[in-house]
Write a protein that binds this ligand. Structure first.
Ligand code: PMP
Ligand code: GLN
Length: 382
């Protein structure tokens, strides 16, 4: 694992603390989640729910996960056998890859990719086959369909898909999902979907979020992953889950029992409460983030960045070329000194570093006054 060094998130958050810069690097909200959820967690702590919960998660949370997927996506999962609670989406992704891959198997993924993917694939002794997302028409990211076709082969074990996508803010379109589903079935591969931003697709996105598991023939071969961290602004809780056909979920659970065994007993009933909140919570959460996206995008445009479209997630990416920065890593290292803001270089999420060399990512999951201060500082670059 030596090649993986320290994650960029830890490096950039440390830089923000050291320099007193506004941290738009690591994606975490600076407000707490819904009060009903916080109250339920406090109550669970006080009422003695502090010992090991059941291996797959407490029944109330598994039932809430299943009900939530039925409500929003029309997907049916049996809470007993088709849902497992994990230590965040991160553990679910790692356990899924470890469960499904033999050494030498290939994992098709899209770059830039969330940084834990490469590490989890390496831990399994598997090989990643990245397909590159590049800025295309309308400032939206796209991939070459032939590159995706070429990435699939006889050793393909699974495709790992993150949509809505971190760091680009891309929402995969129905046509793109259809091609992924076709190739997946044609190669008899599994799909592992990371949908932690499932509720963060903005109203002006070119497509709504569509879980890959809802496409014909996909539910039976897909492990669908999400987590509470983003939807309920509790990234430090690390409560996630995976759903899928029983044989895939039990394979994942076999790995999970030796990674963490179980997790977060008193937080599980609280997340169950949050998943049952009315539709207005989810719509209000999205609308709030969309307004903050607009606030940051306007500031970045004023500062002179070449800002790319973002249709979902916590993030927006921008090309630093107009600001005289040819290299995103150097740009991000000097940004605190230049104007007191921290961002993350997108380059580190690419195997093909050249493809992401000039791109940086800013997080807008911050209070309006924090974004306003960041924007004031960034405008000094203009
Ligand atoms: N996947 C993606 C795409 C993410 O952005 C993140 C960061 N929240 C995770 C997984 C990790 O989620 P968790 O904190 O629930 O492990
Ligand atoms: N998901 C968050 C991000 O992309 C933070 C992840 C982390 O710190 N590991 O910024």
């Amino acid at each position: 694992m030596r090649q993986f060094g320290t994650t960029i998130f830890a490096e950039m958050s440390a830089l923000a603390v050291r320099t007193g810069a506004v941290n738009l690097g690591q994606g975490f909200p600076d407000t707490d989640g819904p009060p009903e959820m916080l109250a339920a967690a406090a109550e669970a702590l006080r009422s003695g729910q502090n010992q090991y919960p059941p291996g797959p998660g407490i029944p109330a949370l598994r039932a809430a996960v299943a009900a939530h997927q039925r409500r929003f996506w029309g997907l049916e999962y049996d809470p007993d056998g088709e849902v497992v609670v994990t230590a965040g989406a991160t553990e679910a992704v790692a356990a899924a890859i470890l469960a499904l891959c033999e050494p030498g198997d290939e994992v098709v993924c899209f770059e830039p990719y969330y940084d834990s993917y490469a590490a989890a694939i390496a831990l399994a002794g598997a090989v990643r086959r990245p397909v590159t997302l590049r800025p295309a028409s309308g400032g939206r990211y796209a991939f070459d369909p032939d590159a995706l076709r070429a990435a699939f082969g006889p050793r393909t074990r699974l495709v790992l898909l993150n949509s809505p996508h971190n760091p680009t803010g891309k929402v995969f379109t129905p046509a793109e999902l259809a091609l992924i589903a076709e190739l997946c079935q044609g190669h008899d591969a599994y799909a592992v979907t990371d949908e932690v931003y499932e509720h963060l697709v903005f109203t002006d996105a070119s497509a709504p979020h569509v879980p890959l598991a809802t496409l014909p023939g996909m539910r039976e071969r897909t492990l669908r992953i999400s987590s509470a961290g983003k939807t309920f602004s509790c990234t430090g809780w690390k409560v996630g889950w995976a759903s899928g056909p029983a044989r895939l979920v039990s394979a994942l659970l076999r790995v999970k029992q030796f990674l963490t065994f179980v997790n977060a007993a008193p937080l599980q009933p609280a997340v169950a409460v949050a998943l049952g909140l009315p539709d207005e919570y989810f719509a209000g959460f999205r609308a709030g983030l969309q307004a903050r996206r607009d606030q940051l995008v306007e500031g970045l445009n004023d500062a002179g960045f070449d800002v790319l479209a973002t249709e979902g997630t916590y993030f927006v990416t921008a090309d630093v070329t107009p600001l005289g920065g040819g290299d995103g890593v150097e740009f991000c290292r000097s940004l605190p000194q230049r104007c007191g803001v921290v961002a993350v270089p997108t380059q580190v999420f690419y195997d093909d570093a050249e493809a992401g060399r000039r791109l940086v990512r800013f997080a807008f999951c911050k209070r309006p006054e924090v974004l306003s201060e960041a924007v004031t500082r960034l405008r000094r670059l203009a």
